[in-house]
Design a protein around this ligand. Structure first.
Ligand code: C5P
Length: 226
């Protein structure tokens, strides 16, 4: 079994209120996407890394290192479509039982240690798995407006992170057969829709998703302490 990284980076990052796509925003001295690329390149377990960008991306060539990364210019209208297009482009270089680690460009805090932890703890689990964090806060469900209507028991609740790892064959099947593509916000949910249960592997807060401008500062604090 070989392990491949696939980074969808074809989004526009509308919530970031920045001029350029958020995967290229400078963060701790490097474009955001470069942090995730460097984590995969530094991991001895990863055979090769693929990144999916949109066809008209004019920045990616200045961001990828000279070796170890293949750029696929096949981004789609949604994250799911970008990943499926990427999987199709990888066809021929990968076997059905090889494992694909899908990771969002918007998570620059990934480390080789977290990659190794995911691969080790998912092991041979046929449904794959993902990094995630157990919920520690008390969870409220709002009724009308911002009025707390209910407290949701946090037992068994986790916040999904990436990477999420599945065999190429399973990931391709799950995304192609997704019953409601609009409802698919991560890859594990497509696998769950097949009736399978991916393994939850405890990640780390440093692997946060940079979504809002304020997240940049938090990410930089973690990146300063590797
Ligand atoms: O927008 P959001 O933060 O949910 O995007 C998650 C990841 O999916 C980002 O890395 C983004 O670049 C990627 N994406 C993509 N193609 C799209 C939309 C998002 O590759 N059409």
């Amino acid at each position: 079994v070989r392990y491949f990284a696939l980074i969808p980076a074809a989004g526009v990052g509308a919530r970031m209120e920045a001029g350029s796509p958020k995967q290229y925003l400078p963060i701790a001295g490097k474009p955001m996407l470069r942090h995730a690329l460097d984590a995969f390149l530094a991991s001895p377990l990863i055979a090769h890394t693929y990144v999916v960008v949109s066809a008209d991306d004019g920045v990616i060539d200045t961001v990828v290192p000279e070796q170890g990364v293949t750029v696929l210019r096949c981004g789609g209208a949604t994250r799911m479509e970008s990943i499926l297009n990427g999987l199709h482009a990888m066809h021929g270089s990968i076997a059905a039982h090889d494992q694909v680690l899908v990771h969002d460009a918007a998570r620059p805090g990934l480390t080789p240690a977290l990659i190794e932890k995911l691969i080790t703890e998912v092991g041979e689990h046929a449904a794959g798995g993902l990094l995630a964090l157990p919920v520690v806060d008390t969870v409220k469900r709002a009724g009308q407006g911002a009025l707390s209507a209910q407290t949701v028991p946090r037992d068994g609740l986790w916040l999904a992170q990436t990477p999420q790892m599945f065999s190429y064959g399973l990931l391709h099947k799950a995304l192609s057969e997704a019953p409601d593509p609009q409802a698919i916000t991560d890859d594990a949910s497509a696998v769950e829709a097949l009736g399978l249960a991916p393994r939850l592997v405890e990640g780390h807060p440093r692997n946060l998703k940079v979504t809002l401008p304020r997240d940049i500062h938090t990410a930089e604090l973690y990146l300063a302490h590797p």
